[in-house]
Design a binder for this molecule. Structure first.
Ligand code: HC1
Ligand code: SF4
Length: 570
């Protein structure tokens, strides 16, 4: 153990601990901007400077290890002065239009600057004013970039994609798309992890709220919204409502106040996806010789973009089942319109997703099969939903428990856990077991695929058949798994991949809590909802059963293929 003093407090910590971590152990918070544990410990921002008594030079707390007998001052006059100058220098290169910034109120630089009482800008040196605005859901505003390099590191170390890099040199050094590429021709998966780890507003999603406002105000449009499984765990994080108060019923209430005509649940089509994908798996499993192996899930468009650019030989291994978002869109403008007795041409179909790449997915032409324009007209993120709720001045106390509109708001616990890594696999196995044996398994039989581990594997026996499965989340883990498959080091039958670490609960469109990962607690909430759900099997969802009885006939029927499957090889 190493003994030292921090701000007068004696402390003993293991060798190798950084000053920042040691200070946190005794409740002393050292401000920092660029630091991300184990990912970005490069001290680029120099906000975490502290004084080692007796040493002339200040040291950075995030990457300096403790030493025996030293005394550290985290808030001495010298530290305060230099820290302040460093933040003023960062601000000199930052477009400080806070009131017009999407991160206002949730910006680490704004908070640090306010905490230091900086109200003047003594240095002004903005040289980067370019802002790109391609037709992609990701937007970068270089004039806001503080060169913390978090985006570079997240993309490289966690997502294994290296889209971002340092560009230029000297005082012109900046962050941009590497290899002299534009974002439109880089291999970006659009997972949005760079956005959720940007401490300022230099990276953000395209804001599509205006398009929703137009639709809500148009008397000729019928607005229909679906909410993704992972929204229910995170929607309240951006507004003033506690976790325990933030029920799905209150979210439905907020959506009614916003003005949607019909409010449904993507979980209905998550269950439909299980019926289609589960049946497809059984068909492939029993005719292995006709297919490329293993079969991969295809509901995550970040993963689909990744496999297309990084492992194109494996595109044919993807399930042809559309994602629940797109299945909902296809059903909205066909069967749902028919059941509700409304004109499909008037439907404006909106989805609220924890995801950036869903904004891309709904725009891909080959997913439109209902014959009434886009199957999904608009995709908003959880963050946009929170902005809508705040903009409409919807008060949490006024929200009551309300139900989804019947009947397409019905979803099983199996559909709900889609939002967490391993959830699609577990839901699929619950129904595959039923489809193979004619009996339900114990609902938690496949729970060994739960948890935040980046690459999990298991073998299950169903009626004498060994089914080898793997689950990965995060594209860096995915690359490791794909390399192992390619080299023949591992053999699986069915593989679930989600681009974001932890699955959609950790999605690139979710509320941001700087430096904290929320995927795990959000996932726990989904598993809790499943556990206490009266309906834990996709095949028991009565809305799904009715959909087959009255419209699709059976899973993988001709009509189901027309509407619910797509050829991802194009
Ligand atoms: Fe997801 Fe899915 S789980 S992909 O993360 O299959 O976005 O929540 O809606 O489509 O259901 C996202 C979440 C979501 C789809 C489902
Ligand atoms: Fe979107 Fe979920 Fe995939 Fe992330 S894991 S890219 S949130 S679908």
């Amino acid at each position: 153990m190493v003994n030292l003093k921090i701000d007068g407090q004696k402390i003993s910590v293991p060798a190798g601990t950084t000053i920042l971590e040691a200070a946190e152990k005794v409740g002393i918070k050292i401000p920092h901007l660029c630091y991300l544990k184990d990912i970005n410990e490069i001290a680029a921002c120099r906000v975490c400077l502290v004084e080692k008594v007796g040493m002339e030079k200040l040291v950075t707390a995030c990457n300096t290890e403790v030493e025996e007998g030293v005394e550290i001052l985290t808030n001495s006059p010298r530290v305060r002065e230099v820290r302040r100058i460093n933040v003023e220098l960062i601000l000199s290169d930052h477009d400080c239009k806070c009131v017009q910034c999407v991160k206002s109120g949730n910006c680490t630089l704004q908070r640090i600057s306010n905490d230091l009482g900086i109200i003047e800008q003594p240095y002004k040196n903005i040289h980067e004013v370019n802002r790109w605005d391609f037709d992609l859901p990701i937007i970068r505003e270089a004039s806001k970039c503080v060169k913390c390099l978090r985006c570079v590191q997240i993309c490289d170390k966690i997502q294994g994609l290296n889209i971002w890099d340092i560009t230029g040199s000297g005082y012109r050094a900046s962050v941009g798309v590497g290899n002299n590429k534009k974002i439109t021709n880089a291999d970006c998966a659009l997972c949005g992890q760079c956005i959720t780890h940007c401490p300022v507003g230099a990276l953000r999603e395209r804001d599509d709220i205006g398009l929703l406002r137009d639709a809500l105000a148009d008397p000729d449009k019928i607005t229909m919204v679906q909410i993704a499984p992972a929204i229910r765990t995170a929607w309240a994080e951006g507004i003033d409502i506690s976790k325990t108060e933030a029920t799905t019923g209150k979210l439905v209430s907020a959506l009614r106040r916003i003005g949607f005509d019909y409010i449904f649940d993507t979980t209905y089509t998550a269950d439909l996806t299980i019926m289609e994908e589960g049946s497809e798996f059984i068909e492939r499993f029993t005719h292995k010789e006709d297919y490329s192996w293993p079969m991969f899930t295809s509901c995550c468009p970040g993963w689909v973009r990744f496999v297309k650019t990084q492992y194109p030989d494996y595109v044919k291994n993807l399930s042809t089942a559309k994602s629940p978002q797109q299945m909902f869109g296809a059903m909205a403008k066909t069967f749902i319109a028919q059941k509700l007795g409304i004109d499909a041409d008037k439907i404006f179909s909106v989805s609220i997703m924890p995801c950036l790449s869903k904004k891309y997915e709904h725009n891909v032409d080959q997913v439109d099969d209902a014959g009434h324009g886009k199957d999904v007209d608009l995709v908003l993120t959880t963050r946009e939903l929170d902005r809508l709720i705040r903009a409409d001045n919807i008060q949490p106390d006024d929200l009551k428990e309300e139900s989804f509109d019947p009947i397409f708001g019905e979803g099983s616990g199996a559909g709900v856990i889609f939002g967490a890594t391993g959830g699609v696999m577990e839901a699929a196995l619950r129904s595959a077991y039923f489809l193979i044996t004619g009996e339900n398994p114990e609902p938690d039989s496949f729970k060994s695929v739960r948890g935040m581990k980046g690459w999990k594997e298991a073998t299950f026996e169903i009626k004498g058949l060994q089914v080898r499965v793997a689950v990965a989340s995060g594209l860096g883990n995915t690359r490791r798994l794909m390399e192992a498959i390619k080299k023949g080091e591992v053999q699986y039958d069915f593989v679930e991949i989600m681009a974001c670490p932890g699955g959609c609960v950790g999605g690139g469109g979710q509320p941001v809590h700087d430096g904290c990962e929320y995927a795990s607690p959000r996932g726990e909430i989904l598993y809790g909802l499943d556990k206490f759900s009266g309906l834990r099997f996709s095949h028991e969802n009565t809305a799904v059963q009715m959909t087959y009885d009255e419209f699709l006939e059976k899973p993988n029927s001709h009509r189901a293929h027309e509407l619910l499957h797509t050829d991802l090889e194009n």
